[in-house]
Design a binder for this molecule. Sequence first.
Ligand SMILES: *Cc1c(COP(=O)(O)O)cnc(C)c1O
Length: 388
Amino acid sequence: MAERYHPETAAVHAGRVIDPGTGAVAPPIHLSTTFERDPDGSYPRGYSYSTFDNPNRAWLEDAITQLEGGAAAIATSSGMAAIAAVLSALKPGERVIVSYDLFQGTARLLNDQLRQWGIAVDVVDVTRLDEVAAAISPQTRMIWIDTPSNPLIRVTDIAGVVALARPKGVRVAVDSTFATFVLQRPLDHGADVAVYAATKYIAGHSDVVNGLAVFREKGALYERARAFQINVGLTPSPFDCWMVHRGLRTLPHRMRVHSRNAQAVSEFLEGHPRVARVYYPGLGSNEGWQIARRQMPAGCGGMLSASVKGGRAAAIGTVARVKLFTRAASLGGVESLIEHRASSPIQTRGQGTGFTLPDDLLRLSVGIEHADDLIADLDQALDGNWAP
Ligand SMILES: *Cc1c(COP(=O)(O)O)cnc(C)c1O
């Protein structure tokens, strides 16, 4: 269905069911943990126990599978759980290639768990295809890409990495949280799996923690992740699945506004005398601009970062003055957030990836307010900092 309709239409209808018992147009939430068997012991309606499967989870998985153009999906209790489920396909002695600016939670998972389980991690700059090619060894089984990445919003050429990986039997996983299917469908570029913190844009209202992984084939990678989801109990609640599914229906419209606003804010910041550098792939000055134009033609999403002139004190001062932006971590909600990244409790620097964060960096999650109001707020926050 997602192939026949525009994304706006597909998002409203994907995984949609009219409740056969009541005719309810909005899907019911099935809290039941267990489902009735027939006299012959079978489960004719397909559900037995909620850890194995649940209607709300199944509808959400069905919806994201269609919207990403995949073959199967798993919904999990968090974005990290989806990432862990995908990485669980790796066996002792195998290697995974990651980027130095890998999402910090994924870096912690690799360092604290996967290394202990005998999986080796090779750290490169994944935006540089020559570095990726040089890092592939006979033991390499997976390349992990975050695109756009956190917190410098760097863009990786998914098809370029796939072209290096596929002939060697190496899987490519893409954390596409900052983009979503609206802006970029990793499977279309040849990736084996697209992974999401649905906590962010997909749910979109900063009120639910959830994860999704969508697979190009219903093969071994999917089967391993599905088994991990069930065996470890990474199962999301029916209510959370219902919330995420609701978010999906408005996602195309929200993503376009996030992108348009972030484009306007990044252009404003780039021209501001108090700003040293802006990191946003929608800017012609950005290293990833050419790839982004091809890979994310509908827009570059709502995440951007900026270095302010005056170092750490000026960065913290700017954040202290905002009135409309909220000072908070996380991203992807309708409301705009700003954060001095280097002092965030969530930012654990480096984590074995050798990446040090600039001290003057502000990270912005641009919401769906009017761009002019956001720009005015940033303008007064930046100027006030330098008032005589
Ligand atoms: C937030 C985030 C995650 C982790 O998601 P949780 O739901 O917090 O577990 C993974 N990847 C990216 C890019 C994220 O922003």
